[in-house]
Design a protein around this ligand. Structure first.
Ligand code: HEC
Ligand code: HEC
Length: 447
């Protein structure tokens, strides 16, 4: 049986989710010294309490979303409100419907493919879109799994170790506060689904194969008011993205291990220790491996760090040498433009399902986990392996930051090495960490 405290934890997690942080301005530069690793504290139990708690939280969250999605509310006088199950079912149909795009070829599910944990299929990590599918994206398509744990963006969040810095929000730069607001970006972006505005989305919905289901759920008049139809569509997409089995199944080998139903292999065991060890991978200091509020570890703390990711020459936008994607300080995010202390900061992604990805980091510069591990291990020992060259042949370290910005780059282990030092990890240890990361892929069917 699941303990009461798990339910209570799920409830308190919800309370946390519903709390709106106040926004305070910050004048001092960020001192973003990394926090110490706080060990994995999930007790191994013989019952799937964590998963149950997560599901309870998820179900409750869906209810919260239905009742609390300000801006996406549809007044529906005299008519019935759709249930969350109905909403989610409509959202599922929309999510996989390419007729909602100007090209007729692009659905949410084209870029966020359920076979790859709602991340990009191979070869589509930087996606193309637009009315004729000729425009390239500027960022790697993220997985949509485990976003239910994201906190609202806060500029000065006090982490458990007392460290203060920005946290949370959706997208690589945290500029979006909810799933229904987020859905507007791809629906309307010229290089994605390329609708001219909310009316065009509503018109496409009115012609969709499931338009009758929309009428049944929201009332016969729903398409008479484009804004109501649009808002209803956003709510449906949000509800679908909160379906636990699809978006937070907690079904990896590692989850099975936490529930006590399997032993890790010795190599997986070594991998998780190296992932946690502050003197080795130190990965968990950002990709948090600790259970929170009764739910299994999210493998991210949603904080923002500049790890000095190299420029990706394959990105079309980078053909312009003056173009820089600086994350928190713009250009996509607008409220911190000019705040140099935030430039190059991107939100730490979850490590769950990371082995299903074929592009890594916000700009998709790396195409294998091994390359990512080598980068963490050798960024400061052999920068020539990762960065481009200046015209005089010298290495252009941190080449995706404009000149005079690199003082923001993180130097916590394993990114704390000086030339001549030993790397934090051996090749065998890198293998072990990769094997552990593969144990975070959902869909483990059990023995
Ligand atoms: C052309 C490919 C493409 C399509 C189509 C697309 N997305 Fe995305 N999605 C992306 C990219 C790229 C990002 C990262 C955006 C950023 O960081 O600014 C993203 C980010 C997101 C996020 C935030 C994830 C996070 O980690 O915070 C959500 C949620 C999301 N998309 C949902 C949707 C929904 C819903 C649809 C359909 C209405 C959709 N996407 C259609 C490419 C796509
Ligand atoms: C100081 C904080 C920090 C540490 C330590 C850290 N990471 Fe990261 N990690 C990040 C951030 C931030 C990003 C996103 C950076 C970006 O895209 O600009 C990231 C991205 C990644 C990605 C790409 C995931 C994706 O979806 O594209 C992988 C894989 C990864 N880290 C693995 C690791 C491993 C393994 C370790 C330990 C060897 C580690 N990280 C240590 C902060 C950290």
């Amino acid at each position: 049986m699941c303990q009461c405290n798990t339910i209570v934890s799920a409830m308190s997690y919800l309370a946390f989710r519903r709390f709106r942080f106040t926004h305070r301005s910050q004048s001092s530069a960020i001192l973003h010294a990394r926090r110490r690793f706080i060990g994995i504290v999930v007790p191994r139990s013989s019952t799937p309490c964590g998963a149950i708690a997560a599901r309870v939280a998820g179900v409750l969250l869906s209810i919260v979303a239905v009742t609390n999605t300000a801006g996406a509310q549809v007044p529906n006088p005299g008519r019935r409100e759709p249930s969350s199950a109905e909403l989610a079912q409509l959202g599922r149909l929309m999510f996989f419907d390419p007729s909602l795009s100007a090209s007729g070829k692009l659905a949410c599910g084209t870029c966020h493919d359920p076979r790859y944990a709602y991340g990009p299929p191979p070869g589509k990590g930087i996606a193309r879109g637009g009315a004729t599918m000729a425009l390239s994206g500027t960022r790697a398509v993220p997985s949509l799994r485990y976003l239910h744990r994201f906190p609202q963006f806060k500029e000065q969040y006090r982490f458990v170790d007392g460290d203060v810095g920005p946290v949370g929000g959706l997208t690589w730069d945290g500029r979006v506060g909810s799933l229904h607001e987020q859905a507007e970006i791809p629906l309307l972006a010229a290089n994605e689904m390329a609708n001219a505005g909310s009316e065009e989305v509503a018109a496409r919905l009115g012609k969709a194969a499931y338009a009758a289901q929309f009428r049944a759920a929201f009332g016969d008049d729903i398409f008479k008011d484009a804004q109501q139809a649009y808002a209803a569509g956003l709510r449906a997409l949000e509800a679908f993205q909160q379906v636990p089995e699809e978006f937070f199944p907690y079904s990896s080998r590692y989850d099975a291990f936490l529930r006590g139903s399997l032993e890790l292999t010795p190599q997986e065991e070594r991998g998780v220790q190296l992932f946690k060890d502050p003197a080795k991978g130190n990965c968990a200091s950002c990709h948090l491996g600790v259970s929170r509020a009764g739910a299994p570890p999210p493998f991210t703390d949603f904080d923002f760090v500049n790890v000095g990711v190299p420029r990706n020459p394959r990105l079309a936008a980078n053909g312009d040498p003056g173009y820089y994607d600086l994350g928190l300080c713009g250009p996509l995010r607008q409220d911190f433009i000019g705040r140099r202390e935030y430039c190059g900061f991107f939100r730490s992604p979850t490590m769950r399902n990371v082995a299903t990805r074929t592009v890594y980091f916000h700009n998709g510069v790396f195409t294998s986990l091994r390359d990512v591990l080598h980068f963490y291990n050798e960024r400061d020992l052999h920068p020539e392996k990762f960065y481009s060259r200046n015209t005089d042949g010298s290495v252009h370290k941190f080449d995706d930051l404009p000149p005079a910005y690199p003082d923001n780059v993180d130097h916590d282990p394993p990114l704390d090495r000086k030339p001549g030092d030993d790397p934090a990890l051996s090749e065998e240890e890198i293998d072990d960490i990769i094997v552990f990361l593969k144990a975070l892929t959902d869909g483990y069917a059990g023995p």
